[in-house]
Design a protein around this ligand. Structure first.
Ligand SMILES: Cc1cc2nc3c(=O)[nH]c(=O)nc-3n(C[C@H](O)[C@H](O)[C@H](O)COP(=O)(O)OP(=O)(O)OC[C@H]3O[C@@H](n4cnc5c(N)ncnc54)[C@H](O)[C@@H]3O)c2cc1C
Length: 308
């Protein structure tokens, strides 16, 4: 792993640094580049803008690793409120939600996470949209896939995320490539040990292509989450050669990252979904984005110093 990446990921877990950055007079513009804002209204405003530009959206209420039942409940309420807002504003056709099970109680008790996620799924169904379960570190993969299977028994449209850096993912892709299955394929964002994950970025990319092939050959709806221009091109070509029409799969990118490419892909007829995070707990998310790209860190540090 790049030393700067390890350093920033370490900072993401450090309480002292977290307090300093979170309370610094950080330029609103910096956080707003990657995060829609802190409230439901902010999330809905950004969704409206993106949908007007021909993009689809998946919304993430920021927060993870909840070890407090009350906080898990607060997260559920935030999603229910958001889904009401999306429905009321006629945005539910183009905007779904992404949920981290650890934010709704997975670390406390699997049953609580299932019940809470089920409440979000039931409301999403009423609103006319879908839910995707984000994937977290490898210690949670089995539990997340178990919860997915349980939720899909009632709501077959619940989406999963698979991470190509894990050795197991090609097999998981095959298991989840059936009819009705929605699978987001990403590289993976957590610091994982070599026993379970490819340490070399090139191996992660090769695995991404293998998993993408499995998903594209299957009968499900693959969602390719990457900003990598090479992978976007390979997937476009593979989809064509396998007779996959635009609309039978989608590209996904993060809010604020390669926005011009998001529009270009949508204008060329592809379905594109933007992952939009919002909420007061933006710090950990922002740090992960900075860790992925040192250029973003320079941008962030400059803005911190200039205190615009
Ligand atoms: C929609 C979505 C949902 C996700 N959900 C999850 C999840 O549930 N679990 C999880 O572990 N991870 C998730 N991720 C994060 C993902 O795993 C990666 O950490 C992240 O997307 C970076 O990988 P990448 O494929 O973009 O490629 P990278 O290897 O980071 O970058 C490859 C290339 O993409 C281009 N690029 C990347 N970033 C930028 C930038 N800021 N500006 C310009 N070009 C850039 C550059 O050309 C770069 O060389 C998600 C990502 C997306 C897009």
């Amino acid at each position: 792993m790049h030393p700067l990446r390890s350093l920033i990921l370490a900072a993401a877990g450090n309480d002292v640094i977290r307090r300093q950055v979170a309370t610094a007079p950080v330029s609103r513009d910096v956080v707003r580049r990657f995060v829609a804002g802190e409230t439901t209204a902010d999330a809905i405003d950004v969704t409206r803008e993106l949908v007007a530009r021909g993009l689809n959206v998946t919304l993430d209420y920021l927060g993870e690793d909840t070890t407090d039942k009350a906080l898990a409940e607060q997260t559920v309420q935030a999603y229910l409120d958001l889904l009401d807002g999306l429905q009321a504003d006629g945005l539910a056709k183009h905007a779904e939600v992404s949920v981290k099970l650890s934010a709704v109680g997975q670390a406390l008790d699997d049953r609580l996470a299932v019940e809470n996620a089920a409440r979000i799924c039931a409301r999403a169904e009423q609103a006319g949209t879908t839910v995707t379960l984000d994937m977290e570190d490898h210690t949670t993969t089995d539990s997340t896939l178990r919860v997915l299977a349980e939720l899909r028994a009632t709501w077959p449209w619940v989406g999963a995320v698979l991470q190509s850096y894990l050795h197991r993912t090609e097999l998981d892709s095959a298991r989840l490539a059936g009819t009705g299955s929605r699978v987001r394929l990403c590289k993976g964002a957590y610091a994982e040990p070599p026993e379970v994950a490819y340490p070399d970025p090139h191996q992660v990319d090769l695995s991404y292509v293998r998993c993408a092939n499995v998903l594209l050959r299957g009968d499900g709806f693959p969602m390719f989450a990457t900003h990598d221009p090479r992978l976007v091109e390979i997937i476009g070509t593979r989809a064509d050669s396998l007779g996959r029409k635009p609309g039978s799969f989608e590209f996904q990118m993060l809010y604020g990252i390669r926005p011009d490419e998001q529009t270009r892909l949508a204008d060329s007829g592809h379905t594109v979904r933007v992952y939009v995070p919002y909420g007061v707990q933006w710090y950990g998310y922002l740090m992960r984005r900075l860790a992925e790209r040192p250029a973003n860190t320079a941008f962030f540090l400059r803005a911190l110093v200039s205190r615009k």
